[in-house]
Design a protein around this ligand. Structure first.
Ligand SMILES: C[S@@+](CC[C@H](N)C(=O)[O-])C[C@H]1O[C@@H](n2cnc3c(N)ncnc32)[C@H](O)[C@@H]1O
Length: 286
């Protein structure tokens, strides 16, 4: 690897970084993005100025970032940002990194809200606020209640709301439905924890860097989904919709939970990879 004492150029650092990350399942793009973090500049500047010398402190920052990435720390945490719904969200290790698959929840929520004027929506377990903010931005006439048990996550979510100038969302620290009013919401979305607590992925994959409280949900991964299916329907308007994300193998279990609380029009929708990902159900009209 380039010796930081010899004021390496951008090009040299990128070459060394790419080599380091290819071995660790990353590559040129990750190296560029991390050098961008270390130098506080964008990729275009890196390319335009690739013969520029890099001062020792910035090169050292780059090496620290490379090392963390090579050990598996997610790029989103190292950059402090993740794109979701074409918006950049601040992420810290206090929040789950929003996943592209969860955009399905936003699509479906917006579709269920189309005929409603000034609807109320709720996002339970909001984390970075990605779902609530995407919905609130798309439906400026809506009011979105975003709930999380984690005060640290809510601080990040509130900063994201400011970043995206969202003023039609409220941020509340509470246990799942404790802050919800009965018979109020046209749509409730939730992407709760749904990984079994003893799933080896929690310890052996990059999931180990994300908050365990955002991921693990009892022995079968169904604890939060079960609690929400029981508690959320009374907060729905008659005819309102509950939309929950879940694991690819949990669709049948979630459909059964919805049926047990008399939700109707129950259906499970697949993500882009074709895996069962979101189950929807409707509160009866009466
Ligand atoms: C899988 S993350 C989802 C984050 C975000 N909605 C997203 O899709 O990126 C689950 C979130 O639920 C929150 N959570 C876990 N248990 C909770 C509870 N009992 N009440 C409220 N929120 C809870 C966690 O703090 C975490 O932010």
């Amino acid at each position: 690897m380039t010796n930081v004492e010899q004021t390496p150029t951008i090009r040299e650092l990128l070459r060394a970084g790419t080599r380091a990350l290819i071995r660790a399942d990353g590559g040129r793009l990750d190296a560029e993005l991390l050098l961008g973090v270390a130098l506080a500049c964008d990729r275009t500047t890196l390319i335009r100025e690739h013969d520029a010398p890099v001062e020792a402190a910035s090169a050292a920052r780059f090496h620290t970032l490379l090392e963390a990435r090579a050990q598996g720390r997610p790029l989103a945490y190292l950059r402090g940002v993740q794109e979701f719904w074409s918006l950049d969200f601040e992420v810290t290790p206090d929040v789950l990194i929003p996943r592209g698959d969860s955009e399905l929840l936003v699509h479906l929520a917006l579709r269920k809200m189309t005929q409603k004027e000034a609807p109320h929506a709720a996002d339970l377990g909001t984390g970075s606020g990605a779902l609530a903010i995407a919905i609130a931005k798309e439906r400026a006439d809506s009011t979105v209640l975003a709930v999380d048990r984690s005060a640290a996550a809510l601080r990040v979510a509130r900063r994201n709301a400011v970043r995206h100038r969202v003023t039609n969302a409220r941020w509340v620290q509470a246990d799942w439905v404790a802050a919800l009013k009965p018979r109020t919401y046209a749509v409730i979305v939730a992407n709760p924890p749904y990984v079994a607590s003893d799933d080896p992925l929690l310890a052996n994959s990059s999931l180990r860097f994300e908050p365990r409280t955002a991921l693990a949900a009892g022995n079968d991964g169904l604890a939060a989904l079960t609690a929400l299916a029981h508690a959320a329907p009374t907060a729905l308007l008659p005819g309102g919709w509950l939309l929950m994300e879940h694991g690819a193998a949990q669709g049948a279990a979630v459909r059964a939970l919805y049926a047990a609380v008399n939700l109707t029009e129950i259906a499970t929708l697949p993500d882009l990879a074709g895996h069962e990902r979101v189950t929807v159900g409707r509160r009866a009209e009466t």
